[in-house]
Design a protein around this ligand. Structure first.
Ligand code: ADP
Ligand code: MG
Length: 383
């Protein structure tokens, strides 16, 4: 991959790159809708990456090339405004450059930039965070700017939230930054602390993407957010406002009469899901993968019954996967209301098994899900 990138860079720009960096995509492992409730989430960095290369220029231009089309987008380094339409892919590294400069990176001259990817874009694997983190590493190194990993993660998120305009939480960039092969990344969304927990190397991930998306997904997402905030407000009564992460099931039971049934169930999902993430940590440290798998199924069941962000297609996939002995656990991964199911399997789960799942699904829904498999991989780094 690096050789192809270097060769293309030379063809496009007529010289060699000065720096190379790469960053992985990610899978939400457990912790569903816990982030905006100040809770806990765990993700896996995967072994598919975006890799980028850059070299300084003698003038003040920035040039971004796409390896797919060979098209070059040329900009002035002092005019950092978001690009529109077919050029909008440039906004990911461009926003990163803007916020690196705001954080203290000194750039007297511009750069040429090219990236290559083994990650499908727009498939829920966060190719966007991967390009942000790889460009944060490459551009920091290019200009000799020293920033710690957490700063780069925050700059990637800021670029996505404010420059691209996508209000994602810290999971995507946090996992792409802090990922490690044969480990998961645990994130405390309140303190933004990151840590790694071991996942045996024999584990694999299989994703079954229903390619279904609820037409009203943005509105449903906002509803869930509001329901959680209302429940937290009631739980906070008499004190300062706190998020659901601060409360236990006992606290929730004590105010049950003051909540609507829907608010109660949303809050219960979040409180129990936070507890499941903490339990997963404990089991991972003991190497109890079967136990972790059961938590994945429990997480899905809670999405299905309490949070109601699953759908018939995802439930069917999880139920089908339950029939395989070499599947430790499965759950919807991501926001829900359509999207993908993630299965954690041992190494004997095969392409043929995955095809069986896809066929059974197609018999019911008329169309096969998209299948993707990967293992864990390292977080962002120079390469
Ligand atoms: P996801 O992050 O789940 O893959 P997003 O919609 O958040 O989906 O991000 C996908 C967008 O990120 C693409 O449409 C493209 O603009 C940008 N992108 C992804 N990979 C690359 C890449 N290798 N080079 C440039 N832009 C990329
Ligand atoms: Mg994204």
């Amino acid at each position: 991959m690096k050789e192809t990138l270097e060769k293309s860079f030379k063809e496009i720009y007529g010289r060699s790159p000065e720096v190379f960096a790469q960053a992985p995509g990610r899978i939400e492992f457990i912790g569903n809708h816990t982030d905006y409730n100040g809770g806990y989430v765990m993700g896996a960095a995967i072994d598919k990456v975006v890799m980028c290369a850059a070299a300084k220029r003698a003038d003040k231009k920035l040039r971004f090339a796409s390896i797919k089309t060979g098209e070059i987008v040329e900009l002035d380094m002092d005019d950092l405004t978001p690009r529109k339409r077919e050029q909008n892919w440039v906004n990911y590294p461009l926003g990163v450059f803007k916020y690196l400069r705001e954080a203290g990176l000194k750039a007297e001259v511009g750069f040429d930039f090219l990236d290559i990817s083994s990650l499908p874009a727009g498939a829920g694997l966060s190719s966007s965070a991967a390009i942000e983190l790889s460009s944060a590493f490459a551009l920091s190194a290019l200009y000799g700017f020293e920033a710690d990993l957490k700063t780069k993660v925050r700059i990637g998120k800021k670029s996505e939230n404010l420059f691209v305009g996508m209000p994602c939480g810290i999971l995507d960039q946090g996992v792409s930054g802090f990922g490690k092969k044969d480990a998961l990344v645990f994130i405390d969304c309140k303190t933004e602390d990151f840590s790694n927990f071991p996942l045996p190397g024999k584990c694999r991930f299989w994703l079954f993407n229903s390619t279904k998306k609820h037409a009203l997904v943005d509105g449903l997402y906002a509803d869930r957010h509001n329901e959680c905030m209302r429940a937290a407000k009631v739980l906070s009564e008499g004190g300062e406002d706190r998020l659901l992460r601060e409360f236990s099931l006992d606290d929730l039971e004590a105010v049950k009469g003051k909540l609507t049934d829907v608010e109660y169930r949303r809050a219960r999902h979040v409180i129990e899901e936070n507890a499941r993430v903490l339990k997963a940590e404990e089991l991972l440290l003991k190497g109890d993968i079967e136990g972790v798998g059961k938590l994945l199924y429990a997480s899905h069941n809670s999405s299905r019954t309490l949070f109601e962000n699953s759908c018939e297609e995802l439930d069917f996939l999880v139920d089908t996967l339950k029939g395989f002995k070499n599947v430790y656990g499965a759950r919807l991964s991501g926001g829900g209301f359509g999207g993908a199911v993630m299965a954690l399997t041992d190494e004997t789960f095969s392409e043929e098994d995955a095809r069986k799942v896809a066929k059974t699904y197609a018999e019911k829904f008329g169309q096969e899900p998209k299948i993707f498999t990967c293992a864990t991989g390292d977080g962002a780094k120079l390469c």
